[in-house]
Design a protein. Structure first.
Length: 171
């Protein structure tokens, strides 16, 4: 059982990674993988930097955690991510046997652990993740809104409202 305060401190870490991503011109999404009280790996969105459509924060963190454990199975691990995971990342969590997904703000247009569906808790799959949403949601949402506002103001790209997977959540 994880206490609310523990969720928050891991999510704060993810939020710092999201802000780091923003400074690099990436849509601010951050993720960490935790096992018990041990921080295994961190990741932030690097889609632009790496020219990689799958370089979402969750994928970066999951890959690093698996490398660290020397196993693709992340049994008992919790993934914290500032934005609700998309279908790809929810699928990665299932494949990695992540025990629990804790996210910040919802993504009504791409989120796939609650908003558009719930791939992580589909009883037909051979693994299910517990899902907890809304941890530091306001802060996570604010980081995304600030990023897009600044990008629009600086005359950014035509894709100016694209979070990790398409557009600004809730836009
Ligand atoms: Zn994703």
């Amino acid at each position: 059982m994880i206490l609310e305060g523990e969720h928050e401190s891991a999510m704060r870490r993810a939020l710092r990674l999201a802000k780091l991503a923003a400074r690099r011109g990436e849509v601010p999404v951050g993720a960490v993988v935790v096992f018990g009280s041990r921080l295994l790996a961190v990741g932030c969105n690097q889609r632009e930097t790496k020219h990689d459509p799958v370089a979402h924060a969750e994928i970066q963190a999951i890959r690093r955690a698996a490398r660290k454990l020397g196993s693709w199975r992340l049994d008992g691990c919790t993934l914290y991510v500032t934005l609700e995971p998309c279908a790809m990342c929810a699928g990665a969590c299932v494949n990695a046997r992540i025990a629990r997904i804790v996210y910040g703000c919802a993504d009504p247009k791409a989120g796939y652990v609650s908003s558009l569906g719930n791939l992580a808790s589909d009883a037909r799959l051979n693994h299910r993740c517990e899902v907890v949403g809304g941890v530091l949601a306001a802060e996570s949402g604010a980081a995304l809104r600030d990023f897009f506002r600044r990008r629009r103001r600086s005359g950014g790209s035509e894709n100016a409202s694209d979070p990790q997977s398409g557009r600004e959540p809730g836009a």
